[in-house]
Design a protein around this ligand. Sequence first.
Ligand code: PLP
Length: 465
Amino acid sequence: MPIAHPPSETGAHRPELSVNPIFTREPVRIPRFELPDGELHADVAYQVVHDELMLDGNARLNLATFVTTWAEPQAQQLMAESFDKNMIDKDEYPRTADLEQRCVRMLADLWHAPDPATAIGCSTTGSSEACMLGGLALKRRWQLARRAAGKPTDRPNIVMGINVQICWDKFANFFEVEPRLVPMDGDRLHLGAAEAVAQCDENTIGVVAILGSTFDGSYEPVSEICAALDDLQERTGLDIPVHVDGASGAMVAPFCDPDLVWDFRLPRVASINTSGHKYGLVYPGVGWALWRDSAALPEELVFKVNYLGGEMPTFALNFSRPGGQVVAQYYNFLRLGRDGFRRVQQTCRDVATSLSGRIAQLGPFRLLTDGSQLPVFAFVVDGDRPYSVFDVSAGLREEGWLVPAYSFPAHREDIKALRIVVRNGFSHDLADLLLDDLRRVLDRLEKQSAPQRGAESASFSHGTR
Ligand SMILES: Cc1ncc(COP(=O)(O)O)c(C=O)c1O
């Protein structure tokens, strides 16, 4: 299987790009598929690339993605000022390195690490890398403990709901850990505590709990899962740590649900990740991985880089990485503080719950979730209608809105849902406009004799399987 897609066939009948004659006084030949021999004027090259990108979707109308699509000009300016800084060059860019450490410390405090000053963590390219690091630490801890006890280490497994984001399938595949995916059952559309524990054994490196589920925005019951694992330890002696995948929720729950206990307040929670580029409000790509203390991250996984004449510990899959995202994260922390984040995330939640309520009132839809946890909700077409969720998604796409439709995984493949992610910048006004368009799409679809599209037409599901 090829790693990359085969080259695009678009324009294959014309091997050269067509250039607006106004861009350039002399005719230029720009090969479509080969590296050009000669140079182009920067303005011409800019205009050609700019024009092609015009046909991408409008990011602000992309209700499929969790990733930031609007940031303040000041954050953009700081990012532009840092484009030339490589995050790994701690010695050359010590201030950037220091901002990263301050962000880690702020997150450790936000997530109630026992001692934020000694909690360890790092920035990453996003939650996927952060989850890989969290999983690797779990695996190595388990291996060390097993070896110390003279037991075999050849069959590690990790327990998680089948609703986990695709990055966990990657972790299991790349790092050779058996994924034990707990299926959905009836109305339980994410991991349950009893079901998680039932999958655990002496080879379990950890349990992943998600805050919240990519499929429907619901929070998994982290404290119940921890309590059930406490009980398992009492009964069997098995001490199984929990990693919380808070890709979105770890930047929502601390502000909107301060009484929800899901983080390092639970002693069993060993590590947490979040995406700075989701509800951390930074443009892609930045994520964060934190461990409750140094015991949770085996020393042998940590590498040292030069820093101010000494050494600084790092844990990352990448080496080079842009510094701008970390700088923008620090800017957001300073700029918004707890009050600002609360206001932004609560506004998203208000927009989500209000929009989901009005979608429910339209008639043809039933809500699976209402946006009152993550500001994300999923809904299905209820009853016998002459259209499918895939028809609704295609209809909205014609109006410019990207709203994904997808099937749920085992054992609820029967559920075909639409999902809306409300992010900062998606206002009540935009929600009104979406609703107007949805009404128009439904009027059109009601005239169909039968659904036109099935699950095969699902084109963008954002990591759901
Ligand atoms: C729960 C969860 N985990 C991990 C990821 C992967 O995050 P990233 O896109 O930051 O790599 C996502 C992305 O949507 C997610 O929702």
